[in-house]
Design a protein around this ligand. Structure first.
Ligand code: CA
Length: 499
């Protein structure tokens, strides 16, 4: 009897311990801390029904493309009905853009992506709606509309920011970005409830989180914005504890740090500039010191912050074009941010060296699967200016070429998945004789990694205090090792395990 009781108590104890450890482990490691994201413009990505417009079924058929690259999460640029090609002015938050597919297609996408362990986040554009959204149409039609206070109205044209107010027969409304994108009035509790309802709807469809468009513009006041996002985040966590939110706060590191009071993750715009400018200038402008400084700053407001690192996004000139078409510099920039702690966001086409500059349509050109513009999945919703057939950039040819940008990205991502120190380690700069060499160490538990880049077009030598063994080299491009020396060719990178 006594023995039975003891066994029972031991079993209960083990059960509680296991539950506790699982909880602690899960708590310490939300999925997004090790995620590798890919930003998809659905219109440009993959077309399944041969109307040349990318769609959700095309995306479903191409999930293995992401799988092969070790991409674990997708950020879909807006997929809701909209009057513009880009979708950043929504007319209905509860449906799918008809050109992209149906709600059923979306449910299939979520199911099939999850089966392959790929998470999906949506672009949530709620600072403003389209001027054709039924809320605005009603709001503008009458002072007595139940939606009147969903937007910001004034009977007189205000003197402050007078260029942001537009006239309708019933008064002047506020629109920060464009007359046809009227700003929602977040002072109205009904609007805040509507936004929560929208997010809940998509979470119940299975999405894993949201990218928050124009996160710092919701109010004309940062502290109110932060308060709102805090309220929104804690509401979503109550429905889905591991929900991921990433804010677009296009600003300096101090401003971004403030938003960590409300949000778990924000895009690191200043770091992306630091990396891009260092590579362009062939000289490290203090990338690691800056990152260490930022991480300290973010950590003061949120001990569990998740830094979203990237090179360029859909609003900026493409990576390769920034470097005047240089593939070497594109790979070098990629090998820098893909070996830094944080959550990388790859902008579609970056991994194959697509080019693009403003106007915006031309940084969002059809993803290039092949040179044959008539082949299945190839989109062609716009005539490309930059990524034309025969320029050597296409998935099908690059997959076969071991020296393609695609294959270097693939290799870097494989290493990133294998070596957790890269995504979650403690980083430390290794001092070098001059700033054309960028070297750093990353450490997590007993894993130690050293990364050395030559930012210069001139050969360089890096001396290490230990002998570098062949078996410890994880990645090497344009370089060779000789005992404790690394001979670095132009724009080269070496990643080694340190025993
Ligand atoms: Ca299509």
């Amino acid at each position: 009897m006594k023995r039975k009781f003891l066994i029972k108590r031991t079993l209960i104890f083990i059960f509680i311990l296991v539950t506790f450890l699982t909880y602690i482990h899960g708590y310490n490691e939300p999925w997004y801390k090790n995620a590798i994201f890919y930003e998809v413009f659905v219109r440009s990505f993959a077309d399944s029904d041969e109307d040349r417009v990318g769609d959700l079924n095309g995306l479903i058929d191409k999930l293995d493309y992401f799988k092969n690259l070790n991409i674990t999460a997708l950020w879909l640029m807006p997929i809701f009905p909209s009057v513009s090609y880009h979708g950043y002015d929504v007319t209905d938050y509860y449906d799918i853009h008809p050109g992209y597919g149906t709600m059923e297609d979306f449910e299939n996408l979520i199911r099939k992506a999850h089966e392959k362990n790929i998470k999906i986040i949506l672009d949530l554009v709620v600072n403003h709606t389209s001027s054709r959204h039924p809320w605005f149409v009603s709001s503008a039609s009458s002072y007595n509309s139940p939606y009147r206070d969903y937007y910001i109205w004034s009977t007189e044209k205000p003197e402050k920011n007078s260029n942001l107010w537009y006239k309708k027969p019933t008064g002047y409304y506020y629109a920060l970005f464009w007359s046809e994108m009227p700003d929602l009035n977040f002072d109205n509790p009904k609007v805040r409830e509507e936004v929560k309802k929208i997010a809940k709807f998509w979470i119940e469809k299975g999405v894993d989180g949201f990218r928050l468009d124009a996160a710092k513009h919701i109010y004309d006041d940062d502290s109110k914005n932060i308060q709102w996002w805090k309220e929104f985040y804690s509401y979503l966590k109550s429905i889905k504890p591991d929900v991921y939110l990433v804010g677009e706060v296009w600003d300096n590191e101090y401003k971004i740090a403030e938003y960590y009071k409300g949000l778990p993750s924000n895009f690191n715009f200043p770091l992306s500039d630091k990396i891009m400018n260092s590579v362009a200038n062939q000289k490290d402008l203090g990338i690691i010191e800056f990152l260490e400084f930022e991480r300290e700053l973010f950590g003061e407001n949120n001990t569990d912050f998740a830094d979203a690192i990237f090179l360029r996004n859909h609003d900026q000139v493409r990576v390769r074009t920034f470097f005047g078409g240089s593939i070497d510099k594109s790979i070098l920039a990629g090998s820098i941010y893909l070996t830094l702690p944080g959550i990388p966001f790859i902008y579609y086409g970056e991994e194959i060296g697509m080019e693009g500059s403003k106007p915006d349509e031309y940084i969002r050109e059809p993803f290039k699967w092949t040179d044959d513009m008539k082949s299945k999945y190839q989109t062609y919703w716009i005539i490309p200016r930059h990524n034309l057939p025969g320029n050597g950039i296409a998935v099908d040819t690059e997959e076969k070429d071991p020296n393609s940008i695609y294959n270097y990205y693939k290799k870097l991502l494989e290493i990133r998945v294998k070596c957790r120190a890269l995504s979650n380690g403690k980083i430390e700069r290794i001092k070098t004789q001059d700033r054309s060499i960028l070297a750093y160490k990353l450490e997590l538990e007993d894993e130690k990694i050293m990364v050395v880049h030559n930012l210069n077009r001139i050969e360089n030598t890096f001396n290490f205090n230990n002998e570098i063994k062949e078996k410890d080299i994880l990645y090497i491009r344009n370089a060779k090792t000789e005992r404790n020396k690394i001979i670095l060719g132009p724009y080269s990178t070496v990643i080694v395990k340190i025993p």
